[in-house]
Design a protein around this ligand. Sequence first.
Ligand SMILES: *Cc1c(COP(=O)(O)O)cnc(C)c1O
Length: 419
Amino acid sequence: METAASNAPAPTRALATEAVHAGREDLVEQGLHAAPIDLSTTYPSHDIEAEAARIDAFAATGGRLDGPPVYARLDNPTTARFETALARLEGTDSAVAFASGMAALTAVLLVRASMGLRHVVAVRPLYGCSDHLLESGLLGTEVTWTDPAGVAAAIRPDTGLVMVETPANPTLAEADIAALAHSCGSVPLLVDNTFATPVLQRPVEQGARIVLHSATKYLGGHGDVMGGVVACDEEFAAALRQVRFATGGVLHPMAGYLLLRGLSTLPVRVRAASVTAADLARRLAADPRVARVHYPSVGGAMVSFEVYGNPRDVIAGVRLITPAVSLGSVDTLIQHPASISHRIVAEGDRRAAGVGDRLLRMSVGLEDVEDLWADLCQALSARRAPVRTAGEHAPAPGAAHAVPRAEAPSAPESHPAVR
Ligand SMILES: *Cc1c(COP(=O)(O)O)cnc(C)c1O
């Protein structure tokens, strides 16, 4: 039986060290170098009474089992390594992994709703499907949308959660986590930290109680594994494990293995891509074809920008950059939120949250900055027939094309500052 998953306190080490060692402390002792993958769905036991006691203990507390998991929907040693490592990086007691980011958010909402706390206060913009899950009330929750300043006033006796993304998808708008946590009082604040990752920001240090990740993005980091994870205190983690057991949104152990491997290069990947992203943000802000650039003060590898021309021309024109939804991979991806990632959000709500029709969201990877800039430049200059989709107004004549430098409407200095 593996024991790496224990939450035994480890000496405080730098993030880069934790990224390659957390969750793997027992490997040398076991004569191993790479983490083993345990694909078992069930675990043998000749002792019925001991097994029954362990099941009862889990049902009562949701705590981690001593010894093997009984059944893979309760726990898995490979996934547990990833959970241990992510908790260490976020500075929390525990973490609980799920099949996807949406499965993770679902479990959080169900934990609170099962306590009768069905009301959620949320700050827009959120990731499109998170917005949809709350707005649809699919899980029996009710949402009040507000801006950070309105959070305190929106809280009711039945409010179970305050939810924010910072930097937010896709505008990269930032919220002051400490101020928000203060506004929440005793209501837990959930911060979706998918964009910043614990490399750039640890929300729990600023007063958040729950940190959510779409592990599909930077934690995995290679566009080949889907997962979600919630980092939190052990009390909330226990409740999440019980919901995970009851509803079944478990992470596959192979995904757990890939996510643990992804964590080991997370600091290096995030820092390298952030340098390139900040450089591209500066170049875009000085480019007359670009109306506005959004880049977070916390840094990161995401850049959003609004073009004067038709954003569809840019998507159609990129050659090195991959036109695709999702983010956080080693290669650079670009997408048009109004058409793709935030299509599910009602048009009025989407626009009010700052997600305009000319906004493009780019996830910067590890390619050389000059190659990326060359590709962006040629895509920004591409002239194609304007394509219209439902809900999109026809661009003004001429506006569908890139604005040549000589006709630039304003000097780069007068463009809204990169932020
Ligand atoms: C992708 C994403 C999610 C959803 O995660 P999945 O793994 O796709 O289910 C949630 N929040 C943010 C910020 C995301 O980018």
